[in-house]
Ligand binder design. Sequence first.
Ligand SMILES: C[S@@+](CC[C@H](N)C(=O)[O-])C[C@H]1O[C@@H](n2cnc3c(N)ncnc32)[C@H](O)[C@@H]1O
Length: 250
Amino acid sequence: MNKSSQWYQTFFDGLYAKVLPKTFDQQTTLKQARIVKRLLRLRKDQRALDIPCGLGRLTIPLAQMGLDMTGVDLTESYLWRARRLAKKNHLNIRLVHSDMRDIAFDSEFDAAFNWFGSFGYFSDADNLAFAKRVFQALKPGGRFLVEGINKSWLLSHFRRRMEQTVGGVRITYLNRWDAKTSRVSCTWILCKGSKTERRQISLREYNGSEIRFLLRTAGFRDIELYGNPPLGRFTRHSRRLIAVARHPSL
Ligand SMILES: C[S@@+](CC[C@H](N)C(=O)[O-])C[C@H]1O[C@@H](n2cnc3c(N)ncnc32)[C@H](O)[C@@H]1O
């Protein structure tokens, strides 16, 4: 595993830390949490793993719904913010600082999820290795959900340059597509006041059959695909892709 100075080790601590909390309003976050709970068929007191959990955006509402939550993330400052929020809400949540590829949970969870474009940060081998670690973390019959952009939609709407302002940060995206690796390389230029950051990120994108294949290779079965919220049927025109896979029962 190549872990030497990768973009995701520093990107999230930069100006993006002001963007993430403003990306979804509370109502949208709550809707997403309900989708996670429903698709993973989670019942009160069951154990779920939010990986990576970021600021605990979904971990907290799911704990409030009565689930026994664990969150894992690499960005320590995000975990501190999640811990503060959990404490304020009198919630007992386990928040673990770790690279998502290094988790060593064994048959502990009823479900796990990876939400909001957080899959595909690594090489193809490491993305698969991560899915295998999640497989190992689940009890037999447990479910894993992955949510992200649908590669087919991305390619039919590909724009080399985009701009938006989120959380007072002006972001310019300069995108390049590499068809050989199925990766998008994006230069993010983030500006707030007199501060400007230029960051390079690289993401492996998946279409429906590719994510299905990866999850099957990791050992999962019964893989179901869903499209845009509120849970439309998945087609190549769906902007988002949600895959739900099951760890086979013994
Ligand atoms: C786009 S955010 C999504 C966070 C959360 N899932 C949500 O929906 O709000 C991606 C997260 O991945 C975390 N991350 C990036 N690389 C990671 C790694 N190698 N291991 C664990 N977490 C990582 C970042 O710190 C960040 O919190």
